[in-house]
Design a protein around this ligand. Sequence first.
Ligand code: GDD
Ligand code: MN
Length: 398
Amino acid sequence: QAVGEDAVPEPRELRAPDGAPPPRLTVIVPTRDEAENVPVLLGRLAPLLTPLRAELLFVDDSDDGTDQAIAAACAGAPVPVRLLHRPPEARAGGLGGAVLLGARHARGEWVLVMDADLQHPPESAATLAAVAMRHDVDVVIGTRYAGRGSTAGLDGPLREATSSAATRLVKAMFPRRLATVSDPMSGLFAFRRAAVRLDRMNPLGFKVLLELLVRHPGARVAEVAYEMAPRHEGRSKASLREGVTFLRHLSRLRGRRLVGQIRRRPRTPADRVRQLVRMVCFGLVGLSGMVVNTAALWFFYEPARLHHLLGAALATQLSTSWNFLLVDNLIYRRTRVGSLPARAVRFFLLNNVLLLLRLPVLQALVFAGVGVLVANAATLAALFLVRFLVNDQVIYAA
Ligand code: GDD
Ligand code: MN
């Protein structure tokens, strides 16, 4: 990737109208084979940009002469226009890489990103930028899924269904970050340059905005509704392959944390000793929990006369509560992160998943003639290491 980026030329100044003030806004338009669309886009967009003190920056990955079409069409444009053409060997990151590269060269305090195929009506894009620059926010999203927004311009019901399903999936995957965002994968959005750390971003494919939002949890976000129009000419570059790239992008965004945590194993000898101490403490707590568990199971099984599997399930809830109190307050008191309910949910989830594994084994042991209490204790002890590692490396990973 780095090699490819080194090979990228600097943006070429195509048009610098006399007396144009330094831009406040950089409009980035990524293009890939849009030769027929750019003259229409420039004709409608450029006049709207003058009052916004904007410059236009095309980042082009085309082989159909889009770059020449841009150069020809911007001849009389009232705003500054630059063009960055990436040769075939330097097209790292596809659409996302192009937008990021454009952002690195932006001169405005604000950046607006929009498509070249007129699916983002220039009037809506200009309004969005104007609204963004008037407010004390960091990111403004053009949404099709709120207010008067609409996806009418998406080609066909299949694409509409995919878009809304993907949006729901992504919102479920990042519930907190995207709680107030209705269109996290919009291609029309603006951001304040100073609020975004471009070095943190590593977009893959089409979903640049999603990458930006997930990597900047503190950014202040607002939305402006717009109606997506049909593509003017040519074809969408979305493809099955882009779909697969999208899934890879998602797993990278989501998987990063879990994998990062597990990899962050103790490195120094002192860390190893500390982990060993935690394991011993965890073992002692576990032993006390086993006493609670066994006593509870005895109660449910003998005087209360419940079935032993039901008894084991109930006993596990009691001993899990006991263990959680001790583990959370004694062993990980100083390193625990997240809210108490969040930690409790994960703790109980783990123990109940393990319970599901234990029950069949318990049943088999009882069937083989082992006493209920002993068989239950044996299944608890067998999972000690799993329980410790998941707690230490995931639930309470500092
Ligand atoms: N530089 C560059 N490199 N530009 C690209 C590339 C690329 O590899 N791929 C596509 N583009 C440009 C197109 O030329 C167009 O200007 C814009 O990016 C959007 O591409 P389309 O092919 O028209 O995408 P779409 O309409 O299917 O998807 C749009 O809507 C989605 C939401 O429904 C995009 O805005 C997506 O980002 C958005 O998620
Ligand atoms: Mn499009």
